[in-house]
Design a protein around this ligand. Structure first.
Ligand code: FAD
Length: 405
């Protein structure tokens, strides 16, 4: 009987353990996680959990009934692929199949480490530390106008805090969206009463005294009073512990997986935020840091471990990436990957409450961003999957459904 060991008890790890059972894997399955908490879902951490409208976000999975052994509070420290052994804080764990699902860790603010009042938002512990901060209605400085920064700013405004968002680029989401698409989002901050300071860099954080707020020092000399500072400047794959294992890593430290999510080491797969994979659909390697990838990838991993039924070719992992964000009262959704697009088509007025941007390549839909238009997203996602040819004129009419030319 083969023994499966899954490292990382987040979405990707939990879904992998469950998918192994769904696929009929009968050997022992062990799920190892560094955090002491019951495995939980991350998206609510910057939404309901932060605002206290939900207590927690533990996954509704009966691990015991599925015969999955949970080892929580146990940190993986290294892998010896030649010997099929995982080294952990609790000692060595032998495996026949190993799945790496250690996710990502937030990038820290240089000079912010250990300064009281400087927070990250990645874990349940982070969210629980931030909840009372919001309740105290301090002045809050958010560093980074990315997805997490925008969601945190939304929650902080809802809680009645004064919020300033500091962003090094000239607009929100500068790394992920073209300027013309991110431009209308700038106004969302002001509408919600959050100050957005673009082209501003944080030079340092001065801790406050007793009863005194700290200060965030910007490169132009401005000192912003801050009862708390929340840093959302990106995340990197949590793979430092793999150094020396011989498992191939990419430029961002991500595990380089193939199209069946196998790593360079035998019997070791990688999935979720910690791994990149080659996309035939988009002709490049994708490193996706979104929930849906941590939901879909595990099926491929489990299928590859259990093996395809005789006569069936193993399925390659080539999803249309998808994610959503809830910010400033808007539901923002994105599907696909627009890097190779040659045409942009707008549906609706970007100054209004609901609009969509479609990206085409050689007449076919490759990506779309929908703000408050979930139907566009659902229809568009399917059209991207099938590589359907579109009529740009029809597409530009927001009153017409998204469909093939
Ligand atoms: P993770 O969720 O990071 O889980 C990895 C687990 O591995 C962690 O629990 C970690 O403690 C553990 N681990 C790490 N190293 C080790 C080790 N050496 N040994 C043992 N265990 C280890 N995506 C969306 O699409 N929409 C959203 O609205 C959205 N909101 C988000 C809000 C927040 C606050 C955050 C942080 C993320 C959000 N995401 C969202 C992203 C989404 O949550 C991630 O893509 C998803 O959690 C990735 O799952 P994962 O299992 O790969 O990694």
């Amino acid at each position: 009987e083969r023994r499966a060991v899954v490292v990382g008890a987040g979405m990707a790890g939990v879904r992998t353990a469950v998918a192994l059972r769904e696929r009929g894997f009968t050997g022992p399955v062990t799920l190892i996680g560094a955090e002491p908490h019951q495995p939980y879902d991350r998206p609510p951490l910057s939404k309901a959990v932060l605002l206290g409208t939900a207590e927690g976000s533990a996954f509704d999975v009966d691990f015991e009934a599925l015969g999955i052994t949970l080892r929580l509070g146990c940190e993986a420290l290294g892998v010896r692929p030649g010997e099929h052994v995982l080294d952990t804080s609790e000692g060595p764990v032998p495996y026949d199949d190993l799945v790496l699902a250690t996710g990502a860790e937030p990038v820290r603010l240089p000079g912010g480490e250990g300064v009281p009042g400087v927070h990250l938002l990645r874990t349940l512990d982070d969210a629980e530390r931030l909840r009372p901060v919001l309740a105290r209605q301090h002045d809050i400085v958010v560093v980074g106008a990315g997805w997490i920064g925008a969601e945190f700013a939304t929650a902080a405004r809802e809680a009645g805090c004064a919020v300033t968002v500091v962003e090094a680029a000239d607009r929100p989401l500068a790394d992920v969206l073209p300027a013309e698409v991110a431009a209308p989002m700038t106004a969302w901050y002001a509408d919600a009463g959050a100050a957005l300071r673009t082209r501003a860099r944080v030079e340092g954080v001065e801790p406050g005294g007793p009863g005194e707020p700290g200060r965030v020092v910007l490169d132009d000399g401005t000192r912003l009073p801050a009862g708390a500072v929340v840093v959302g400047i990106g995340a990197r794959p949590a793979t430092g512990w793999l150094a020396g294992s011989g498992i191939a890593l990419g430029a961002h430290g991500e595990v380089l997986a193939d199209d069946r999510l196998r790593t360079s080491a035998p019997d070791v797969h990688a999935v979720g935020d910690c791994a990149s994979f080659p996309s035939a659909r988009y002709g490049e390697r994708l490193l996706v840091h979104h929930w849906d990838n941590a939901l879909q990838g595990p099926r491929t991993v489990a299928a590859d471990i259990v093996g395809a039924p005789a006569g069936e070719a193993p399925a390659a992992y080539d999803p249309v990436p998808y994610f959503w964000s809830e910010q400033f009262g808007r539901f923002v959704q994105y599907a696909g990957h627009h890097a190779s697009a040659d045409t942009t088509v707008w549906r609706g007025d970007p100054a209004g409450p609901a609009w969509t941007v479609c990206w085409l390549r050689e007449g076919r839909l490759v990506a779309l961003l929908a703000v408050g238009r979930p139907r566009d997203l659902a229809q568009g996602r399917r059209l991207i999957e099938t590589g359907t040819r579109m009529d740009p004129d029809l597409l530009a009419d927001p009153a017409k459904p998204l469909k093939a030319a």
